[in-house]
Design a protein around this ligand. Structure first.
Ligand code: ATP
Length: 513
């Protein structure tokens, strides 16, 4: 097993053992690519959602939120292009019977060449030390240039094939590149076929085409069809945005990798309505804003990178991803898309209703352009969990597992621990919790040694533990221990709320934006 698989397996095990994420319907052996969030997972997920929602709606007076239904009129998905174009090209290996996305096979193939480039560069960096000129090395080293040429070649052919919907060409590229199935090790591939990712179901008791409805594959369309309702009722002026979080459903072909790719997941999307012609400027604006939102969390900066799309989706005139270094390597975490007037324009056509904005300053009426930011809440959860997880060797030779979750997002903010279960210490601990619980999510624990209790809190990422001992009954002071440094300090009980608050307040994150 590779290191990457090991790390993902460790995370999955930890997430289950400590109540973050469970396999759905586990007692029936689970349902593939569907997961349930446990007690700490639900808290963390809520906190991430809240951070996003506040960053959008509280910090921007021109962004408002909505909460649209999952079911929508079936024509919505014709207008949006999903009925005709929301397909993935799939291919099967005849020996292993495993199914793959043809484009993903090719992307992973290119990633191998990219890895070669990085390894070659690292090697040279070590060899030449301070004298190393990375830019020059990348531009001249024959091995790097050869690998880059291969990447460019595959990328070019893949783009042409995808754009022309040339499935034979896509398969030929896989054959020419001698891409093999990782399970069977053979290149015995079927044809490439298109597969629509929407889940369909029946409305009411009458079956037939007219009653087929879809589980929404993205939350964005609920925003588009409400564009005028929101603009008029909230008296919004362009430029303005509408934000929404909610479930989306996709019948993913290959749904592996834990909560990275699920069939039921949650999105946090914001559509920003702008004047046609200003999209480039807003595209740059939202790229800057969104990366700042990620950076404010304080996870290592080299975990993020931008990636421009090779093939633009059917609706976009510019698009990029913010990629994150997941345990499986760099993968898409968030998309930023310039969607032009594709959606509103098509909804005008299909509904026969005008979806225009009347600009009172210029006296013109137009279909606005749209800039979208779209992030998967579950992927963000996995990003945080994977960056936060650390097996740390301590000075005394022991080891601890600690989740360095950004304090404002931690499921439990403070654990209150009476040293022993008698002499009035539990009562004192409960009184302290009563004082804190309106501000912070608290947990009481009096089982096992203090050391073990600290470890349990480290494992769920609790920023502070406070211990009540006999002295507390006399001096109204407690020992407060900080998760990351493990430093302990004696402080007055009256100070605890302020100390914890300073560290865990979400305003600390929002102020950086
Ligand atoms: P991918 O290329 O990984 O399939 P996508 O480009 O289709 O993703 P978008 O349609 O741009 O994704 O969706 C926006 C965001 O929704 C993604 O950046 C991702 O965070 C999230 N997302 C999409 N599909 C899934 C899924 N199956 N499971 C979890 N999150 C998802």
């Amino acid at each position: 097993m590779s290191n990457q698989e090991d790390r993902l397996k460790t995370l999955i095990g930890h997430a289950k053992e400590y109540g973050f994420v469970f396999q759905s319907s586990e007692i029936y052996d689970g349902l593939s690519a569907t997961y349930d969030y446990g007690p700490y997972g639900a808290e963390l997920k809520n906190n991430i959602r809240q951070y996003w929602w506040a960053a959008m709606t509280k910090l921007n007076e021109n962004i408002v939120g909505i909460d649209a239904a999952i079911f929508m009129h079936p024509t919505v998905w014709k207008a949006s292009g999903h009925v005709d174009a929301f397909n993935d090209p799939l291919i099967d290996n005849k020996d292993s019977k495993k199914r793959y996305r043809a484009d993903v096979l090719l992307e992973e193939h290119m990633a191998k060449y990219q890895d070669k480039i990085e390894k070659e560069t690292d090697k040279a960096k070590k060899k030449f030390g301070d004298a190393f000129n990375e830019e020059q090395f990348r531009a001249t080293n024959p091995n790097v240039l050869r690998a880059q040429e291969r990447i460019n070649g595959v990328e070019g052919r893949m783009k042409t094939a995808l754009e022309a919907n040339d499935l034979v060409g896509l398969r030929q590229l896989i054959i020419d590149e001698e891409i093999k199935c990782p399970i069977s090790g053979t290149a015995n591939w079927t044809e490439v076929r298109q597969f629509n990712l929407m889940f369909a179901t029946e409305l009411g008791s009458v079956s037939g085409e007219s009653s087929t409805i879809y589980l929404r594959p993205e939350t964005a369309q609920g925003i588009f069809v409400n564009f005028l309702n929101v603009q008029k009722s909230a008296r919004m002026k362009i430029p303005f945005g509408i934000a929404q979080t909610g479930k989306a459903f996709r019948n993913e072909i290959v749904a592996r990798q834990f909560i990275f790719r699920m069939r039921e997941f949650e999105q946090m999307e914001m559509q920003f309505f702008i004047k046609p012609g200003t999209q480039q400027e807003w595209y740059e604006h939202w790229k800057t804003k969104r990366i700042a939102w990620h950076r404010a969390l304080g996870l290592p900066a080299d975990n993020y990178r931008f990636h421009d799309h090779i093939k633009l989706a059917h609706y976009a005139d510019a698009a990029c991803d913010i990629e994150f270094r997941f345990p499986m390597g760099f993968k898409e975490l968030e998309g930023i898309h310039s969607r032009t007037d594709f959606d509103l324009g098509n909804h005008e056509k299909f509904s026969g209703k005008k979806l225009r904005y009347f600009d009172t300053e210029t006296n013109e009426s137009y279909v606005p352009y749209v800039l979208e930011t779209s992030i998967g809440l579950d992927r963000m959860f996995l990003a945080i969990l994977s960056a936060a997880y650390e097996e740390e060797k301590l000075e005394n030779g022991e080891e601890r597992v600690v989740l360095r979750i950004p304090a404002a997002l931690a499921p439990v903010k403070v654990a209150v621990l009476p040293l022993i279960k008698k002499d009035g210490l539990p009562e004192k601990a409960r009184a302290i919790i009563d004082g804190l619980k309106l501000s912070h999510n608290c947990q009481y624990d009096d089982k096992d040694s203090i050391g073990k209790r600290y470890r349990r809190q480290d494992a769920i990422g609790t920023p502070y533990c406070i211990t009540i001992d006999h002295e507390t009954l006399n001096d109204d002071a407690v020992t407060i221990r900080e998760r990351d440094s493990m430093k302990q300090e004696r402080v007055k009980i009256s100070e605890v709320e302020r100390i914890v608050g300073q560290k865990v307040d979400m305003k600390k994150l929002l102020r950086q934006l």
